[in-house]
Design a protein around this ligand. Structure first.
Ligand code: CDP
Ligand code: MG
Length: 732
């Protein structure tokens, strides 16, 4: 045929393009079938405009035109145009017009406080601006986040904006998960992780900029970081320090950092209509669900953000909402329910950022994480029940609890503000105006004043900071809490009588876990069961998401769970059995399904375990197995958790040995029906009662043997009176 014979190298631009167009269109039609000519035409148009040179070259080479190659090219140019679109989006952020001014301020000042509304682009843009301005040539840029989820999701976003693979130039580092590489220049990390980096690199030499982000959250780690970065900024004049915050009380940060200048990013803000309830709500969860549905049925388009206190509550709300929307019939638009909380798997987190399809409405059920750390576009309605889960700590008893607590006025304002980001919004507060004005505190108490400080004290001690009373705290912790932390660390033999770090303490500090847990690990050397103990530690750090209990299969699930408790070995050993059985099946997913075990949690436990094994090597503890000697394993556990011992009472409840308090075995424990005389527990949780979770039986004489400086014989005096009826040996 005549066309074939024509010289493809002839300078007939129009012909070439026509010809190539035909090929592409033809191939695309083949791919999509003749029915989808539009898609084919789109591909054609796309390739034609973007990839014409590439295709031309491959056709001109005389190759057979390769559709796969074109697909590749197509993929590349799609990515390129997505990237271009993202670049356009970046320019629309409130921070963009201030780019040059901000960079100038960073050049002029070593420490800068930056204030801007949530969503203005602080977290995602500032590190990129600094990179574009060349700061990464001198070292990495660290940006700290109080929350794991925020660190991960922001890093993912920034890697997209920069068109690089997550973990390469842009990465994140959270406890037990390091998604960075040699290439990494922008590192998003939890504040706790940066704190740990000081241990290996006290001057943070590999960083050129440290951005302490979400400073207003005042987490424990952020507060400690303040003191440490302020200190190193004095002898590292080349280090730039940015303190960024979403709320306006930036003066406090500025004062603390020797009157550092404040850079304000004017935000876009639309009016938000605030609605209070007329009378207090008896059941805020139900009220929140009802309000969501009312908004959905009666209000114009726009997504809803509901603030709840935790995963369980969110899951309950999700279930009820699903159930109730089913009853609404087909006339009502679709309601897409998106949960978001710290433990939500990464794949599912992405869902909240997906644009809501036309005609549908999204309802995001979130913890406090959506208050300032995450920006979700399209929110027009906020439902604020007025509560959050907050840690509180009793320095006298050393008990820590996570309680549902009323939020502060500052939080309530932040929450309301989430609805007015892209247009006028509405906030529905499920409490009265009277409550708001009279019952809520102005600001949330910083975590440092309501938490156990043992971990932080150990970290500071290992950084060589001995005089904790004179550490430069923005708000000092209660002296009693500091003292309590020192006492505990002394009891665990991490500190000596002079308050100096011991060899045990130095080893403990290498493990990114709480001191009692790290002591348990370090003690396993003595009992030659480090192999078992790190499995247990890994399983404990995964939390309470190992077993699941579907509503319709509770009996099966409970039976499966109890299989691991044969012989009343206690919860710790049961966790070990779960881990080992899974390992024996070569980490089988099927096995997890059959045993009502969450495979995701198990995989995480495996990762954590691998890291703990690496750390063992670092502190030169050999990995030794002693699986047949359960007492050795229990003694290791007791070496770390002896302050958590309790003794059975006549009425079936327990009493903690030191600082007596009534506690109970959690119903989910394998020992809940067994009620051993003496137990050691992992943690206390307060629900309807004060419950001990993860419980193991112990012999009281172990307490005196393992912690003679902490327990005396009189504390455990019914030890030798086993013939006495239960309870009679009780002192007092
Ligand atoms: O830190 P700040 O609250 O000032 O804002 P940001 O987190 O940098 O967010 C800026 C914009 O990036 C938001 O408006 C979102 O549209 C977008 N973003 C996103 O799409 N996905 C994320 N994971 C984070 C931000
Ligand atoms: Mg931010």
């Amino acid at each position: 045929n005549a066309e074939e014979k024509m010289n493809p190298f002839a300078e007939q631009e129009a012909w070439e393009e026509h010809q190539i167009g035909n090929i592409i269109f033809g191939k695309a039609t083949l791919k999509y079938g003749s029915k989808n000519k539009k898609q084919a035409a789109d591909d054609y148009q796309f390739v034609f405009e973007d990839q014409i040179d590439f295709i031309k070259a491959s056709v001109m080479d005389g190759d057979n035109f390769d559709y796969e190659e074109m697909e590749d090219a197509l993929e590349k140019s799609r990515a390129k145009s997505a990237l271009e679109a993202l670049q356009e989006e970046r320019k629309k952020l409130p921070i963009y017009p201030y780019r040059e001014e901000l960079l100038q301020a960073v050049r002029d000042h070593q420490v800068l406080v930056i204030v801007g509304e949530t969503g203005s682009g602080k977290t995602t843009q500032i590190p990129q601006y600094l990179h574009e301005a060349g700061y990464t040539k001198q070292g990495m840029i660290a940006c700290t986040q109080p929350r794991r989820v925020a660190a991960m999701s922001v890093a993912a976003r920034v890697s997209q904006e920069m068109g690089v693979k997550l973990g390469h130039e842009v990465g994140y580092s959270i406890r037990f998960e390091d998604c960075t590489s040699e290439k990494t220049i922008l590192k998003y990390m939890t504040d706790g992780m940066l704190l740990r980096e000081f241990l290996g690199e006290p001057d943070l030499a590999s960083y050129s900029v440290v951005m302490v982000d979400e400073a207003h959250e005042r987490t424990l780690s952020t507060d400690i970081l303040f003191g440490l970065v302020k200190d190193i900024s004095r002898f590292r004049p080349d280090l730039k320090l940015l303190i960024s915050s979403a709320t306006l009380d930036a003066e406090k940060f500025s004062d603390y950092f020797d009157s550092a200048p404040i850079f304000k990013i004017p935000g876009r803000r639309y009016p938000v209509e605030i609605n209070f309830t007329k009378a207090p709500e008896a059941d805020y969860l139900d009220a929140a669900i009802v309000t969501s549905l009312q908004i959905h049925v009666t209000q114009p388009p726009g997504d809803i953000l509901v603030f709840l206190t935790g995963q369980e509550e969110i899951e309950t709300a999700e279930e009820i909402l699903k159930h109730r929307t089913r009853g609404l019939g087909t006339k009502i638009a679709e309601l897409i329910i998106c949960p978001i909380y710290a433990n939500l798997p990464t794949e599912l987190q992405a869902k909240i950022f997906e644009p809501t399809p036309e005609g549908a409405r999204k309802v995001v059920l979130a913890t406090n994480i959506a208050e300032t750390s995450l920006t979700i576009d399209g929110i027009k309605y906020v439902i604020d029940p007025g509560f959050c889960k907050m840690k509180s700590y009793n320095p006298r008893t050393g008990m820590e609890s996570l309680l549902v607590t009323p939020i502060s006025k500052a939080s309530a304002m932040q929450r309301a503000g989430r609805s007015g980001r892209t247009g006028p919004g509405k906030c529905f507060r499920l409490y009265t105006a009277y409550n708001f004005h009279n019952d809520l505190d102005d600001n949330t108490v910083p975590e440092i004043q309501r938490t156990n400080l043992a971990n932080v004290v150990l970290t500071l001690k290992s950084l060589g900071i001995h005089d904790l009373l004179h550490f430069d705290f923005m708000d000092p912790p209660p002296a009693e809490a500091l003292l309590k932390a020192l006492e505990l660390l002394f009891a665990l033999s991490a500190l000596n009588k002079l308050g100096e770090l011991t060899k045990v303490g130095r080893r403990m500090a290498e493990f990114p876990v709480d001191p009692m847990l790290s002591k348990m690990i370090v003690a396993s050397e003595k009992y030659k069961c480090s192999d078992e103990i790190i499995s247990i530690a890994a399983m404990l750090s995964v939390g309470n998401s190992i077993f699941y209990r579907p509503k319709d299969k509770q009996v099966h699930a409970d039976n499966a769970r109890m299989n691991f408790h044969t012989g009343n070995v206690g919860d710790h050993i049961a966790l070990l059995k779960v881990y080992n059985s899974w390992k024996e099946t070569n980490y089988s997913t099927q096995w997890c399904y059959e045993n009502y075990i969450q495979v995701r949690s198990m995989k995480r436990a495996r990762d954590v375990r691998d890291q703990l094994a690496g750390l063992l090597e670092r502190v030169e503890i050999e990995l030794t197995s002693n699986s047949s000697d359960l007492d050795a394993i229990k003694k290791s556990i007791t070496s770390g958790f002896f302050p958590h011992s309790a003794r059975l009472q006549k009425n079936g409840s327990y009493r903690t040995v030191k600082h007596p308090q009534t506690v109970n075995i959690h119903p989910s424990s394998g020992l809940a029906q067994v009620l051993p005389r003496w137990v050691v527990y992992h943690e206390l949780v307060l629900t309807t009662k004060e419950y001990m979770r993860q419980v193991t039986e112990l012999k009281p004489e172990w307490l005196v043997e393992i912690a003679p400086h902490y327990y005396q014989l009189k504390d455990v005096e019914d030890a030798g009176s086993k013939k006495m009826p239960r309870g009679e040996g009780r002192a007092q």
